[in-house]
Every structure is written in C-alpha cells, then in structure tokens.
Design a binder for this molecule. Structure first.
Ligand code: PEP
Length: 244
C-alpha cells in the first residue's frame, strides 16, 4: 500500500492582511499535526510569514513565461525566491475569469517545476456537466491535456479535484461522490504511469469546513484538502489540519 502524506492547503484567494498572516502563523505554530500544511496567501504576504517547520508556503498563480516584458506578471523563480514551495494552477476562477486553458496551465506547470516549485493543478466539472453525467468525461479531457501530453509532470505535481459547483457555494460533494471521482482520476492516470498515479496526492476542494472534512478525509483516495473560505478563520483551519 502506497503512503501518501496528506496535504492540507489554504487558498486565501484575494483576501487577508498582515493581521491574518500573524494570526494564522501563531495558530499553526501552536498545533501538532502529522500532515503537511500549506498556506497560499496573496504573494505580497509570502515574505511576512515567519519561517516555520510547521507549515510551508505557496502562491496562487505564476507566469507562463520565464522572464521579460510581461507587465504585472510574477515568475516562478520570483515566487520561489520569496519562499513558495507550491503554486496553485488552473483554479476554476483562473479558468473562468481569466481565460486560462489546459495549455496555459501546462506552460505554467513547466515553469514552476523548472523553478523548483510544485504545481497543484486543479480540475473539476461544472454543475451542468455533472447534471448531464459528463463529470468523468470532462475530467479525462483535462487530465489528458496535461498528463498524457507530458507524463513526466505526474510525479512532480499535486492534483486538486474541485467541483466548480462546490467552490465558495457552501455545497460540498458527498464523501461518496468525491471518492468516486478521486478513484477515477487515479485509475485514469494509471494508464499513463501506474507508479506515479499510485503516488500522486489528490486533494479535494469545495466548501471544506471543520464540520464536513472528517468524513471526506476518511475516503481512501482523498489525500488532503484545498480550503478556501474556511482557511481565512485560523481556528477553523487549524481544526481541519488536526483531523486524522
Ligand atoms: C478554493 O478556493 O479552492 C475553494 C475550494 O474554496 P472554498 O473552500 O471556499 O469553496
């Protein structure tokens, strides 16, 4: 049986301030947690986090280019230089609001890996795709666009299954629904690289909170969480991190 160390990741989106940095760092410093804990604040706050063995840091986006005349962009080397070990890529908000495609995500993932930053690549179906029973087909298309095209990325990335209809809505996939999709993702990826598919961590994201996390986390193919809203409340995020 393959051991996959759980990863509990906070996605602050465009929220937070220095007080929240302080409160989160202090809270995480005071707890004992066997899982890997990751905070992805807006990049401007990365350098404000005290160095700690209790958590690591990540960004929510990075450029698809290495360097050059790309006003407003921040490169993977730059986020690495301010402490990011991970970067969230292909979040549904980036896809729907900023037109990111699997091709963009792939380019960004390659930049991240070249800079020594692990991409957390997000995939998920919309409500209408689920209602039309297209969930697995949609996921297979996304997964193939990234991993069948570049199998080497699989051993170097983390996957987040985030049903679009569950993000920020208060609706959560049931543990059974989530497990079914996570297991599908792993089986699908096994056709590309069996060993890497067994080892890749697949996080669940979509309205995770301290009440629903325990049952989701008890599913065999759910290796951690990508937490949005609840990560802005340090005590609740700490409670999620501590669940076994
Ligand atoms: C997210 O931003 O990735 C997310 C899952 O948000 P929330 O937990 O608020 O649904």
């Amino acid at each position: 049986m393959t051991f996959r160390r759980p990863l509990i990741a906070a996605n602050w989106k465009m929220n937070g301030n220095r007080e929240l940095v302080q409160a989160t760092a202090t809270m995480l410093q005071s707890i004992d947690c066997p899982h890997e804990i990751l905070i992805c604040p807006p990049v401007i706050f990365l350098a404000d986090f005290p160095k700690s063995t209790k958590y690591c840091l990540g960004a929510q986006n990075t450029s698809s280019e290495k360097a050059g005349p790309f006003t407003g962009e921040i490169s993977a080397d730059m986020i690495r230089a301010v402490g990011a070990e991970y970067v969230i890529l292909g979040h549904s908000e980036r896809r729907s609001l900023y037109g990111e495609t699997d091709a963009t995500v792939l380019q960004k993932a390659q930049q991240a890996i070249a800079a020594g930053v692990t991409p957390i690549i997000c995939f998920g179906e919309t409500l209408s795709e689920r209602q039309q029973e297209k969930t697995m087909w949609v996921l297979a298309q996304h997964l193939d666009a990234v991993y069948a095209a570049h199998p080497d990325l699989l051993a170097r990335s983390v996957i987040a299954y985030e049903p679009v209809w569950a993000i920020g809505t208060g609706l959560t996939a049931t543990p059974e629904q989530a497990q079914q999709v996570h297991a599908f993702i792993r089986q699908h990826l096994a056709r590309i690289d069996q060993q890497a598919a067994a080892q890749v961590r697949i996080l669940y994201g979509g309205s995770v909170n301290a009440e629903n996390w325990q049952t989701l986390f008890s599913q065999p193919d759910i290796d951690g969480a990508l937490v949005g809203g609840a990560s802005l409340k340090p005590a609740e995020f700490a409670a999620i991190c501590q669940m076994a």
